[in-house]
Design a protein around this ligand. Structure first.
Ligand code: AMP
Length: 116
């Protein structure tokens, strides 16, 4: 998937501010942040979206959430008094723009019930 932006970030071919990485995931700051903390957590392996996750992807799916938690704690959002929002967009109506599975971790300010 040489044409995939997030695959290129994972490979180190496109620069990004990486804040956390594991064997299965990479987390980097969103280039156009919608909140004081806006980090994207992606699987190293290309999966198109949450709608493409199969049962065999259970380990990597869990790793997205454990990585998100580690980032949230590192960013000072881990307490119940602070907290954060996790968002996964699928398809055009959600405005999904990069077809490589990613979790948006948004935090650092109170949020209403809107996507961000
Ligand atoms: P989505 O709309 O859910 O597909 O989210 C894609 C996100 O990727 C958007 O929030 C963009 O701001 C972000 N983005 C696009 N290009 C880059 C990049 N080169 N580095 C970091 N984030 C990016």
């Amino acid at each position: 998937m040489s044409s995939c932006l997030f695959c290129d970030i994972v490979a180190g071919d496109v620069p990004a501010e990486i804040v956390h990485s594991t064997d299965l995931t990479v987390a980097f700051r969103d280039v156009n942040p919608a909140a004081p903390v806006h980090v994207l957590v992606v699987p190293r392996r290309h999966i198109e979206s949450a709608a493409a996750i199969e049962a065999a992807d259970a380990e990597v799916a869990a790793a997205l959430f454990t990585t998100a938690r580690a980032v949230a704690e590192a960013e000072g959002l881990g307490s119940t008094e602070r907290g954060y929002r996790l968002v996964m967009n699928v398809g055009a109506d959600s405005l999904n723009s990069v077809p490589h599975l990613h979790v948006h971790l948004l935090g650092g300010r109170p949020m209403g019930w809107s996507p961000a």
